[in-house]
Design a binder for this molecule. Structure first.
Ligand SMILES: [Zn+2]
Length: 282
């Protein structure tokens, strides 16, 4: 995702105090009003009332955007304790009633994953606002007992397939799209459109698939959610090319036709394929 950087001016809620990032703190805005998305909070944070509080945080995430208000090299005022402000990046998740909170969580997971990498931190350094000050925040995640699931979902983005990707996973995805009746084009050398390259036609078909499954991703990208939803679809059968079939069959234990049942996720499938590739390379 793209992060929209719109830094607030230095002042009462941005004091320029250096931050050494040791933790990441997760918040929810507590504002379920219609329209209270990241753009709205980007306006709110610079309002006179908010500057007077004062309060600030580094990022606001909703179901379609991420705004950055304070550089990660500077402390913000969000944790309710000096220690929390001194050591952590603050991320606010929007809970606006006209938003898709599940997508907001996924976008936040992506952002946290990026920050963990950037600051060389592990997942045990992710904190709830509650952990610093005892405030019931992030309230929705706490109420629904989904904190661990939220943490577990961070870092899954490396499963994504996107424009420009190549290889066997792309091939499998293209075959799946074809089987589901999507047009993946007939470009390249492959008459059937199965080019093993995540090209524009594949991206377009993927976007349509995401749309059909109600996944709020506006680009043609195979996300974790796409994979999960795909696993709900009809049993899908991948016919391997003849020269792959025999050797893959030996690894996968069936007759050259790879079949997943409805409960098996493509993630599991990928593991199998990865080991199959390892075998093929021997
Ligand atoms: Zn909070």
């Amino acid at each position: 995702m793209k992060i929209i950087q719109d830094l607030i001016p230095v002042g009462n809620n941005r004091r320029g105090t250096p931050l050494t990032v040791q933790y990441i703190t997760i918040h929810e805005t507590g504002n379920s009003s219609v329209g209270s998305d990241a753009a709205m909070h980007n306006r709110f944070i610079r309002s006179v009332d908010n500057i007077a509080r004062p309060a600030s945080w580094h990022f606001t995430v909703d179901d379609h955007s991420i705004y950055q208000h304070v550089p990660t090299s500077e402390q913000a005022i969000h944790a309710g304790t000096a220690a929390g402000n001194k050591m952590s990046i603050g991320i606010e998740m929007c809970i606006n009633s006209d938003g898709d909170f599940e997508q907001t969580k996924r976008n936040t997971q992506w952002l946290v994953g990026e920050l963990l990498t950037e600051f060389n931190l592990t997942k045990d350094k992710i904190r709830q606002h509650f952990d610093w000050s005892g405030k019931n925040c992030p309230a929705t995640i706490r109420r629904t007992n989904t904190w661990q699931a939220f943490i577990d979902g961070i870092g899954d983005d490396d499963m994504n397939l996107k424009l420009g990707d190549k290889g066997v996973y792309v091939r499998i995805w293209q075959l799946f799209l074809k089987q589901q009746g999507f047009n993946i084009g007939t470009g390249g050398a492959a008459a059937d459109g199965v080019t093993e390259e995540f090209n524009a036609a594949t991206a377009n078909a993927t976007m349509l698939y995401n749309k059909k499954k109600g996944i709020a991703i506006d680009v043609g990208q195979v996300s974790v959610q796409t994979v999960l939803r795909a696993s709900e679809d009809l049993i899908f059968t991948i016919k391997l090319r003849d020269n792959e079939a025999a050797r893959m069959a030996a690894v996968l234990g069936n007759q050259g036709t790879l079949i997943t049942d409805q409960t098996e996720q493509i993630t599991g499938l990928k593991t199998k394929i990865a080991s199959a590739i390892t075998e093929l390379q021997k």
